[in-house]
Design a protein around this ligand. Structure first.
Ligand code: 2RA
Length: 338
């Protein structure tokens, strides 16, 4: 059994981490739930037992094996203390993702990278995870020259308050009223916002650069040509992505379907005649990445179009983090016990 601390336990991702640990029957010994002072005192249930959320401090990690950080600034503040006290940190924030001494891991794609961790392993951004799983399947058989991706990201990617904002705003608009945006820069109800996170170089957003830089690191290909446009949509849960892939070798749509269907963690849902394709409503609360609308690109010789959907709170965050924890056990690379 392994002692686990979840930091940010009461947030959207933290709650999902607890569910995933329970569902996957993770061998949890002692469990500690931590968060900011705002959420301290809150009660949460795990395997039928009630736990009280404690305020995270540098002393939260003694005797623990794995610290799962759900996101935000906490890993910057407490990650080093957790490592010092013998934990392996699995961090869902962007704080360490591009640090060359920190592995960035998607278990179906680069599991072996877990082995060279020095105390911290980063969980990639949700939209990156969802895309790299099918990309890896294609890369293995045909190589990849270039990727063009556009995302349709659910509001829950921006946290609990964003979910509430969509609900309250939709009601207000339907009732002819007004609900000024707090989380998003504009009204999200009945709208799309092509702006996730802050604007950075070349007028791309940070979310768009994450998809570029993290994908190159996970696929071990610094030269990969990849460009992204990320968009927030008024959907509660599950991110969707239109992915155009230019391959090095020709890959027919039929062969791509077979390759994707045989890849771990992927479900192919692709039957136009029967109106079968992935949609957020039907892919939520699942751990797989769903791929459909698989077509040969009509405009180039070796290209494919894919429509990819996955629950970004599960595979895009909590499930991926718990899978990394499972790899730590499988590869015997926890720090306190070998
Ligand atoms: C979002 N990618 O959907 C972010 C969450 N990590 O806003």
């Amino acid at each position: 059994m392994y002692n686990i601390v979840v930091v940010g336990a009461s947030g959207a991702v933290g709650q999902e981490i607890l569910k995933v640990l329970e569902e996957r029957n993770f061998p949890v010994g002692e469990l500690k739930l931590c968060a900011t002072s705002r959420s301290a005192g809150k009660q949460m249930v795990f395997r039928g037992r009630t736990y009280t959320v404690q305020e995270t401090s540098v002393d939260s990690f003694a005797g623990m094996d794995i610290a799962l950080f759900a996101g935000g600034a906490a890993s910057k503040e407490f990650g080093p203390a957790a490592v010092e006290q013998g934990c392996v940190v699995i961090d869902n924030s962007s704080n360490f993702r591009l640090d060359p001494s920190v592995p960035l891991v998607v278990p179906e794609v680069n599991p072996e990278d877990v082995k060279w961790h020095q105390g911290i392993i980063a969980n990639p951004n949700c939209s990156t995870i969802i895309m790299v799983v099918p990309l890896k399947a294609i890369k293995d058989v045909a190589g990849i020259k270039r990727v063009v991706v556009s995302t349709y990201q659910a509001v829950s990617g921006a946290g609990m308050e964003a979910i509430e904002e969509l609900t309250a705003q939709t009601r207000a608009v339907l009732d002819g009223g007004d609900y000024p945006p707090k989380v998003f820069p504009y009204q999200i109800a009945f709208n799309l916002i092509p702006h996730i996170d802050v604007f950075q170089e070349m007028d791309y957003t940070k979310e768009e650069w994450k998809m570029v830089k993290e994908t190159r690191k996970i696929l071990h290909d610094d030269q990969l040509a990849i460009t992204a446009t990320t968009v927030r949509v008024p959907v509660y849960r599950s991110h969707s992505e239109s992915v155009n892939v230019e391959t090095i070798e020709k890959l027919t749509a039929q062969k791509a379907r077979e390759v994707l269907a045989g890849f771990p963690g992927v479900v192919v849902l692709d039957n136009p005649a029967r109106k079968e394709y992935p949609m957020p409503l039907f892919c939520s609360h699942r751990d797989e990445v769903f791929v459909g609308r698989i077509r040969e690109d009509n405009s180039i010789e070796r290209g494919l179009n894919l429509w990819v959907v996955a629950d970004q709170l599960r595979k895009g965050a909590a499930t991926n983090a718990v899978q990394i924890a499972e790899l730590l056990i499988k590869y015997r690379c926890l720090r306190g016990r070998q």
